[in-house]
Structure formats: structure tokens, C-alpha cells
Design a protein around this ligand. Structure first.
Ligand code: FE2
Length: 437
């Protein structure tokens, strides 16, 4: 695994199931988690992603068998990361308007910026300490982390690459993720990001709340949307030899770093249901209307982080993948609406049907709670007069981080040159065309 870009990737299938994997045969203890001496004198270490007493269906934990325990590290000192913010700043004056950002250009010195330093917060809500809310970020990076590792105590990380593959080396093994795929890294799991394609861009949801899980399917039944078997966890892999690292930790909204004399990627075997996973959105079984009307976009939910109120998510991760539109006598794009939920959208590739042309891959939009939005003038006009034969929306992947809490843009996002100050004009030409009688 020293040459991580060439290592054959292997995966285990499933979401939140009891994975078991060993990089060296016999490294996983059998019949107990913590024998007096673990095989090969590895150190057993438990990582609990939920309280010990969380209900069984919610409980997430894994046992790691490693060459040295995580507690072996140098002393932490403050680390400066000025563009990654935590929680919503409620003192910020945020106009109650739709907002949109053009794609952020990759900076000239992108080759010097790794994933940790390349994260820029667009909007956030809640706060990490109360374990509610989320932050929507973009990352702009061009350098692999190499001998730097990162761990986030503040939240789970959902990665949505838009340009360039990611090779995510974690304590549990290695995941390769390309645009169109996503990765989910649990709170507290150490990882690093390699960038085999060089300059890379993507989106990142930092979820301070309850961990993402598959949504209930209700009347849909026992199959459909994102199927559990299509998620993939890595197999155990560890770094050979004695390799010093810099460990960067996000903890309470602040960043810290400490030297370690050994690689944190030293887990020889592990088992449990807490693990990074990847998922290919091409495997999403999309459901839509086969009669009339545009259904609620909740049918496109891949993962949900529930809040304490049933059905009202801390965060839903929703995708708009390629799909057929066949509805009869129906205005097929999304309707005009206002929503108590706040919607942060991104576009991985292609066009979004409500804003063809105006919303660019790598860009973002924010429609906060009760902010009216909907198709632009051109999309409304075309869809109102379209010949309603079956139509394939192809080569497109938009997504949404949707939250019950108002999303507060950061000061830098509000003042960014990428903020599209003309956004509201896309609706300005929607005239009163009421023709009574
Ligand atoms: Fe919406």
C-alpha cells in the first residue's frame, strides 16, 4: 500500500452491516473482541460512532486491531485553516433571496493546496457542539495529502467530487471515488485524500447531526432508491514500515495538528458497522410519476440524517440523476415553490432541468427557508409548450443538501466574486399572462 495509486482496490458490500476484514490472515480475533493478547500482538481499539446505549438499529461501532493505538501522538498545537467555518453565524445579515454562485475557479497555486487547506465553507447552520446542523463546503485542491492525515471530531463527511478522482486512505482501508460517486466518512475516522488527477474540485457536506442512513421506503417497499448492497466499504489495509505523519484534527470548530512518529493507517484488521463507504449514483434506482404531476423531490433521497422530529431531516442528501420523464398533461420541471426546508444545490455534470445553462457544473445555489424559487423564464416557457412525449434527461447529475435549519452563507461566500448578482433576473420576465374567459 506504499504505492497507493496502484494498489488493487477491493471492497465489501453493504451499508452499515457487520463488515469483517483482515489484511493479514489470522489478524482478526475470533469469538471475542478483546482477547488478553490479540493476534500478532496488535492493539484492539474500539471506535464508537454512537452512544454505547443507542438503539441497536442506530448503533454504530467498529473494532480496530492496530500496530499502535491512536492515543500515541505528539502534543497538539493550533493549526490555521481560515476558510473552513463551523456552524451558522446568526449575526450575519442574509437577504431572503435566492442565491447562486458560479463555479469557483481553481486557484493559481492549486498545486500547493491539499484537501485540508482547500476546503471553503459556503453556508452552514446549527453548531457542532450541540450536534445539529451541517455545513456545505466546496474543496479546491491539487496536491495529495501524502504524509498528512485528517480527522474530524465535529461531524461526518459526505464527499461529492465534481472534478478529479479522490483516493481516500482511511484507517479502515482505501476508497477510490470518481465524479458521479460519493464517499461517506464517519466522524472521528482518520483519513487522507490523494488526488491522482491533479487539480480537483467538489462539494462536501459536514454533518454535525445524526449519522446519515438510508431513508425509510414506506409504500415503495423493500427495494429501490439507493440499495444497501451497492454501498462499498474498504477492506483492511495498512501502511508498511515506520512513517511519520502530521495529524490535523478538527475539534470544536478549531483546527489542531500534532506530529506522529508512525502512520495512523496501521490497522491490520477490523470488524464492525462503522466504516467509510462509497456509492455510485449510477446505481440509484430512480422512481418517478408514470401518470401525471411532478412528485416531491424526496423520492430522490439517497441518505438522510434525521432530527428529533420524525420526517423533518437535519440533512437529506438528494440527487437528480439521469431519468425518464413520461408524465402526461403535466408541467414536468420542478414547480414554483417555497419550502420550510433550506436547499443547497450543486451540479456535478450536465444541465439541471429547471435552470438549463444558468447553473454551471461546480456552481452552487441556495434557496433558504420560505425563499420562493422555481424554473427560470426560459425553462417555464419551453416546458409549458413542450410536446409531452417520453423524454430522457440524460448526462446530468445535480444534488441537494436539504436541511430543516436555515443555511447561513459565510461572509466570504456573500462577498465572493463568484456570487451571481444577476440570479434573480432569470425570473424577471415571468409576466402576468392571466387571460380570463
Ligand atoms: Fe426547491
Amino acid at each position: 500500500m506504499n504505492d497507493q495509486f496502484n494498489t488493487e482496490r477491493r471492497y465489501q458490500s453493504g451499508f452499515g452491516n457487520e463488515y469483517a476484514t483482515e489484511a493479514v490472515a489470522g489478524a482478526l480475533p475470533q469469538g471475542r473482541n478483546s482477547p488478553q493478547r490479540a493476534p500478532f500482538d496488535l492493539y484492539p481499539e474500539l471506535i464508537s460512532g454512537t452512544a454505547f446505549t443507542a438503539p441497536r438499529h442506530e448503533n454504530r461501532r467498529s473494532w480496530l486491531y492496530r500496530r499502535q493505538p491512536s492515543v500515541v501522538a505528539g502534543r497538539y498545537q493550533a493549526y490555521e485553516q481560515k476558510t473552513w467555518r463551523t456552524g451558522g453565524d446568526r449575526t450575519m445579515a442574509v437577504p431572503p433571496e435566492p442565491m447562486r454562485w458560479h463555479p469557483a475557479p481553481l486557484p493559481a497555486n492549486v498545486a500547493d493546496i491539499d484537501f485540508i487547506d482547500g476546503v471553503h465553507t459556503m453556508a452552514a447552520n446549527g453548531d457542532a457542539d450541540s450536534q445539529q446542523g451541517l455545513a456545505a463546503h466546496v474543496y479546491l485542491a491539487g496536491r495529495s495529502m501524502e504524509r498528512r492525515a485528517f480527522v474530524n471530531a465535529d461531524g461526518e463527511i459526505l464527499l461529492v467530487p465534481q472534478q478529479g478522482r479522490l483516493v481516500i486512505t482511511s484507517e479502515m482501508g482505501v476508497l477510490e471515488v470518481k465524479p458521479g460517486q460519493i464517499a461517506l466518512i464517519p466522524r472521528g475516522v482518520v483519513f487522507k485524500v490523494g488526488l491522482p488527477d491533479g487539480p480537483s474540485r467538489g462539494y462536501l457536506c459536514e454533518n454535525y447531526g445524526a449519522h446519515f442512513r438510508l431513508p425509510e421506503l414506506g409504500p415503495i417497499g423493500s427495494n429501490g432508491l439507493a440499495n444497501a448492497r451497492d454501498f462499498q466499504a474498504p477492506v483492511a489495509a495498512f501502511e508498511e514500515g515506520e512513517v511519520a505523519y502530521e495529524l490535523v484534527k478538527k475539534f470544536g470548530g478549531r483546527f489542531w495538528h500534532a506530529p506522529t512518529s508512525h502512520s495512523p493507517f496501521n490497522v491490520v484488521a477490523w470488524h464492525g458497522n462503522l466504516s467509510p463507504v462509497r456509492y455510485d449514483t449510477a446505481d440509484f434506482m430512480t422512481i418517478g410519476s408514470i401518470s401525471f404531476d411532478h412528485p416531491d423531490p424526496s423520492i430522490f433521497t439517497v441518505l438522510t440524517s434525521p432530527s428529533d422530529t420524525p420526517g423533518t431531516a437535519n440533512c437529506d442528501f438528494v440527487i437528480f440523476p439521469p431519468r425518464w420523464l413520461v408524465m402526461e398533461n403535466t408541467f414536468r420541471p420542478p414547480w414554483y415553490h417555497r419550502n420550510v426546508m433550506s436547499e443547497f444545490m450543486g451540479l456535478v455534470y450536465g444541465e439541471y432541468d429547471a435552470k438549463p445553462g444558468g447553473f454551471k457544473p461546480g456552481g452552487a445555489s441556495l434557496h433558504n427557508l420560505m425563499v420562493p424559487h422555481g424554473p427560470d423564464e426560459d425553462a417555464f416557457d419551453k416546458a409549458s409548450h413542450a410536446d409531452l412525449k417520453p423524454q430522457k434527461l440524460d448526462n446530468t447529475l445535480a444534488f441537494m443538501f436539504e436541511s430543516r435549519y436555515r443555511l447561513i452563507p459565510t461572509e466570504s461566500a456573500l462577498n465572493s466574486p463568484t456570487l451571481d448578482t444577476e440570479y434573480a433576473d432569470c425570473w424577471a420576465g415571468l409576466k402576468d399572462q392571466f387571460k380570463p374567459g
